[in-house]
Design a protein around this ligand. Structure first.
Ligand code: RNT
Ligand code: ZN
Length: 417
């Protein structure tokens, strides 16, 4: 699209929004400051570089579209390509199984910051900050239970793993001069009716207490619940209630994965409640289709509502926005770009909301006016502001990124067996 057309459309949009008291120039500056935490695992279907084993832990990447990243170099190239099509400066969210093990096998209770030295250097060169995750799945000792395993030896193994992951996150945070968030999600659960639900939760709580015993300065802990995993349908040790209680008591960040709740539950509505009791939130923005399917995030009502709640709570500095989906059925770089840009479009619309006026209406019971304005906001020219954001950031505007992804597929991805 011609720059002049984008500028003209933006000027008109600026006036439309100004009439409602919204300064779009300011909005662009605010959006510029929001970094997404891009999940490294979309490029290779959550495989990582530890072993070529299968994905376990109740999660699944479905599809076999060609071009999956097979090694660190390919993964890094893919992430750079995706990042070049997403406006703004973003973070990278790594899992422990993405360490640089240089052909050797490093078990999870042996991992060290040195295995991420290459990532830390690479991230610094690229101007990307890192977040981190311990990895309980895809390992012979995973079974159905890791940190909540009745076998003390297995619990100790995973406690040691997670303690080491926190030390890695601390090193990442120290080096990048900005806290690294380490997310803890374990798949622990049971396929069938469980009659000692309390016992496993006691073990999980005890393991967490041991893991968090050491205080760090440059990393922050977040804990992620879910409803159920595949093969673990009847009981999840780390449920929502469990982690909300734990996080509130221990001042930890709660991770809200948008696929980890009952399908009609509003994740957006959790933001204001949680922020009264826990310091910060981490999001795993995803798209559940009938279950925690991890479809590519799109600009749907759920994501829009979530972003609006963050802005309405004035909580942009307390909510970290990560993505978590893994679609192996389409071009994986395209999947990154679609999901990231969709999340940013939702944030933009949230920032463009005339919330002061809406709140004035609400305060005096002007329900019709509030609903009318909310409806009108949906068709205001936010897309002209979005196009300007892309233009200013030097990334393709509108559909232009599609052909860039196609070229990359022809030149790079198609050569991967
Ligand atoms: C699984 C959780 C978890 C993982 C990633 C790979 O249901 O959402 O966050 O998707 O850590
Ligand atoms: Zn998640």
């Amino acid at each position: 699209m011609k720059d002049i057309l984008i500028e003209k459309a933006y000027d008109l949009a600026r006036e439309r929004y100004a009439a409602l008291g919204i300064d779009t120039d300011q909005t662009l500056r605010t959006l510029q400051r929001i970094s997404l935490s891009l999940h490294c695992w979309q490029a290779d279907d959550v495989t990582g570089f530890e072993s070529a084993g299968t994905l376990t832990g109740g999660i699944q990447a479905t599809g076999n579209y060609p071009g999956k990243a097979r090694n660190i170099d390919e993964l890094r190239a893919d992430i750079c390509k995706a990042a070049s099509l997403i406006p703004g400066i973003h973070r990278l969210n790594l899992h422990e199984i993405y360490g640089e093990f240089k052909g050797g096998f490093v078990d999870r209770d042996q991992v060290e910051p040195g295995h991420f030295e290459g990532w830390m250097q690479w991230a610094q060169e690229k101007g990307m900050k890192l977040d981190f995750n311990s990895t309980s799945f895809s390992h012979p000792k995973s079974g159905y239970l890791s940190l909540a395993n009745p076998d003390a030896g297995i619990r100790d193994f995973w406690v040691e793993h997670t303690i080491r992951c926190r030390a890695i996150a601390e090193e990442m945070g120290r080096r990048q001069g900005d806290a690294c968030i380490m997310n803890l999600w374990v798949h622990d659960g049971s396929k069938d009716i469980t009659v000692n639900r309390m016992k496993y939760r006691e073990w999980l709580k005890d393991s967490l207490d041991r893991i968090f015993a050491c205080e760090y300065e440059h990393m922050k802990d977040s804990v992620e619940s879910k409803v159920f995993g595949i093969g673990l349908e009847s009981y999840t040790v780390g449920s929502n209630d469990f982690y909300i209680g734990y996080a509130a008591q221990h001042n930890k960040i709660v991770t809200l994965d948008t696929g980890h709740f009952h399908p009609t539950e509003s994740v957006a509505d959790k933001v204001s409640s949680l922020l009264l009791f826990v310091p910060e939130l981490m999001l795993h923005v995803s798209r559940p289709v009938r279950w925690d399917s991890d479809h590519v995030t799109i600009m749907n009502d759920e994501t829009l509502d979530l972003c609006k709640e963050i802005v309405r709570c004035d909580a942009l500095d307390r909510v970290h926005i990560g993505l978590d989906y893994f679609d192996a059925s389409i071009n994986r770089i395209g999947a990154y770009v679609i999901g990231s840009r969709a999340t940013q479009k939702c944030l933009l619309q949230a920032l463009l909301e005339p919330v002061d006026t809406l709140r004035e209406y609400e305060a005096v019971g002007m329900g019709f006016e509030r609903l009318a304005l909310l409806e009108e906001c949906k068709s205001l020219p936010w897309n002209a502001v979005w196009d300007m954001f892309c233009l200013k950031n030097g990334v393709p505007v509108g559909v232009e990124f599609i052909s860039v992804v196609e070229d990359y597929e022809r030149q790079e991805l198609s050569k991967r067996a």
